[in-house]
Ligand binder design. Structure first.
Ligand SMILES: [Ca+2]
Length: 308
């Protein structure tokens, strides 16, 4: 396990004068402070687990994984609240419609709706038909035949006054976990094109604690396959997935405790795995709290849902 270390290594022991002790305090304090704001710009893959009795611990110490690119100053063509970018940054192609956020205005995910009427006329272009700029509602985006990206500014954001953030190319998650018996804590994952925290496979004994999953193109947290995972004290917000801020699927078994889930584009929780529980959690500014597939088990208690 590559453990993250905050503090500078002190080469050899020495006796401290009170001034020295004070200086050390300042160094350690400022080091801890800057560490708390460390921003990592590349995905993190956690591969080293422990045992059921002795799980490995990956403590991010407040690390922020931010995969977004600020394209506010790109060559936007402005027509009122419709903004168009004629050419996407290098290696970017139009994303499919109906699932992910194409970009973010500050924290707000900008969705790409499917144009089902156009798809009916072009069945070979499933999820590849977009609305024209004029047809978009606030907070929606689309792509032209030539690959231009356009969007209508969301309500509550003044055109030109907010940052426009582009997630990386399709399919990139901020944190991937590929091992069993691991506790992952104190990490904020934002602006991935796929999930903030993504877990695939047959891993068991995964615990996420005191994490934030904000502004990811797909879900904030998503467990797949036969993963068994517990999440405690997570904030999951402004994620762009049409499914949910959290989407646990396939045959996974997951439980959530003391989580806060708000402002996600889909439901707060989408469950289509085997068995799930959510207790003592707060949901707000969500059109839907739980979206649960047939045959999937869900137990809840102590849920507060404020429908603002
Ligand atoms: Ca996903």
């Amino acid at each position: 396990m590559s453990k993250h270390s905050c503090f500078p290594k002190l080469a050899r022991p020495c006796r401290w004068s009170s001034l020295g002790a004070l200086l050390l305090g300042v160094i350690l304090f400022s080091s801890a402070d800057s560490c708390a704001r460390e921003v990592r710009r590349t995905p993190l893959i956690i591969k080293d687990g422990g045992t059921p009795e002795n799980p490995a611990v990956f403590d991010g110490n407040g690390m922020v994984i931010d995969l977004g690119e600020d394209i506010s100053a790109a060559a936007w063509e402005v027509a009122g609240d419709i903004w168009t970018l004629r050419s996407l940054p290098e290696k970017r192609v139009p994303i499919i419609a109906g699932q992910y956020a194409a970009l973010f205005v500050d924290e707000q995910p900008i969705s790409v709706p499917r144009n089902l009427q156009a798809e009916a006329a072009q069945p070979d272009r499933k999820s590849r038909c977009y609305f024209t700029a004029e047809q978009l509602r606030p907070g929606q985006a689309g792509f032209s035949e030539g690959g231009a990206l356009y969007f209508r500014w969301p309500e509550g954001k003044v055109p030109g006054k907010s940052r426009i953030i582009l997630p990386p190319k399709e399919g990139v998650s901020a944190v991937s976990i590929a091992c069993s018996h691991v506790i992952v804590r104190n990490i904020t994952a934002k602006y991935a094109s796929n999930d903030g925290f993504n877990i695939h496979g047959r891993w068991v004994g995964i615990v996420l604690e005191d994490i934030k999953a904000l502004c990811n193109g797909d879900e904030g947290i998503s467990a797949h396959d036969t993963v068994e995972m517990t999440v405690r004290r997570a904030e999951v917000a402004w994620n762009g997935s049409a499914s949910g801020g959290i989407a646990d699927v396939n045959q996974c078994v997951t439980s959530y405790e003391e989580c806060v889930v708000h402002d996600n584009a889909g439901a707060a929780f989408h469950f289509s795995g085997k068995n799930h529980s959510v207790i003592r959690s707060h949901i707000y500014r969500q059109k839907r709290d739980f979206d649960v597939a047939k045959e999937t088990m869900l137990g809840t208690s102590g849920i507060r849902w404020d429908r603002e």
